[in-house]
Design a protein around this ligand. Structure first.
Ligand code: IPM
Ligand code: MG
Length: 355
């Protein structure tokens, strides 16, 4: 049976990087002998401008029929701010209850990081970002907008069930990763009293995992330590908003915004995979975007689908190409164009270049 995969290339550089991810997916499929059946979904800013239609109109059951969803990037300055992001990303994350946003941060080669005296051994962490609650639920609004009496409110929501399932996932992941077996809770419970729930649930869940060590730090300190001492982290578990911010920092630490991937997961159900970067309208259409984040998102998708060997091969191909310098950097404008990077990885994954 083929894997039934929905592809949403989206806006800006989304279609460019997704094309390379699919190239690598096909290469992995032929080497590891599985089939994929791709269905392209048109949701993008241009599609909205042309038709007035938004993805939020799609019945969720239509999406549940897929094994996985692969997304490029969304956002276009011609539209109302956040409209397309909410209609696609939030429909998927909240509608499909994709409660984990898993974002690995791995330094593949020392030259790629802007940090001094930091080696690949120091940067190997996974951020488990809660993905369905917090300030992202859209509860709030404003009144008397534009006047001196304006009031704007946004609520941060944390539920016992939502916090607990996320923290449990993080502890299970620390066990699975094996090496450092450590989970660090990142919150701001000194200033945001509602986040006390994270501390309490973290303490309770930790008791079920005596073999996993724990740490609890505030998000401001976490930002500082990610730069000054990244080796202290293994698995980080954090709220939706803090996870968003820290993973951009993480992406830059590992070499650039174009380099990082994410998995929006509901274990056992259709899940969504995307690079963490945005649509980058400033470089769209120039073939300079780095597709490595989109390609690593394919690796995460393969792992989720149970194609572990193929997933490992995609990741190790990227690693080998970065270590050897055949992919020289992870910045847009690495000297290679977008398709050349995709070709290199697809070739490596195919096994044909092996001696
Ligand atoms: C991300 C993005 C999104 C987020 C935006 C596009 C809504 O920044 O996936 O990190 O904030 O989650
Ligand atoms: Mg983000």
């Amino acid at each position: 049976m083929p894997y039934h995969i929905a592809v949403i290339p989206g806006d800006g550089i989304g279609p460019e990087v997704v094309a390379e991810g699919l190239k690598v997916l096909e290469s992995a499929a032929s080497r590891f002998e599985f089939c994929v059946d791709i269905e392209r979904l048109p949701w993008s800013s241009q599609f909205f401008l042309d038709t007035g239609r938004l993805m939020s109109e799609v019945p969720l059951d239509d999406l549940r029929a897929f094994d996985a969803i692969y997304l490029g990037a969304l956002g276009d300055p011609r539209l109302e701010r956040g409209l397309i992001e909410r209609s696609v990303i939030m429909t998927l994350r909240l509608g499909l209850d994709l409660y984990i946003n898993l974002r690995p941060i791995v330094l593949y080669a020392e030259r790629l990081t802007p940090l001094k005296r930091v080696t690949p051994a120091d940067v190997d962490m996974a951020v488990v970002r809660e993905n369905t609650e917090d300030a992202y639920v859209g509860i709030g609004g404003s009144m008397r907008a534009g006047t001196a009496e304006e009031i704007a409110i946004a609520e941060m929501i944390y539920t016992r069930a939502g916090v607990e399932r996320c923290i449990r996932y993080a502890f299970d992941l620390a066990r699975k990763r094996g090496q450092r077996r450590k989970v660090t809770l990142v919150d701001k419970s000194n200033a945001i009293r509602a986040q006390e729930i994270w501390r309490r649930v973290f303490g309770e869940v930790a008791r079920d995992y005596p073999d996993v060590s724990t740490d609890e730090i505030y998000v401001d300190a976490a930002a500082m330590f990610m730069v000054s001492d990244p080796a202290r982290f293994d698995v980080i578990v954090t709220t939706n908003l803090f996870g968003d911010i820290l993973t951009d920092l993480g992406a830059v630490i590992q070499g650039g915004m174009g380099s990082a991937a994410s998995a929006n997961i509901h274990p056992g159900r259709v899940s969504m995979f995307e690079p963490i970067h945005g649509s980058a309208p400033d470089i769209a259409g120039k073939s300079v975007a780095n597709p490595v984040g989109a390609i690593l998102a394919v690796a995460m998708m393969l792992d989720f689908l149970g194609e572990r060997e193929a997933a490992g091969e995609v990741e190790s191909s990227v690693r080998d190409l970065l270590v050897s310098g055949r992919i020289p950097s992870l910045d847009a404008g690495s000297g290679l164009d977008t398709a050349q990077v995709g070709d290199l990885v697809a070739e490596e994954v195919s096994g044909r270049v092996r001696s």
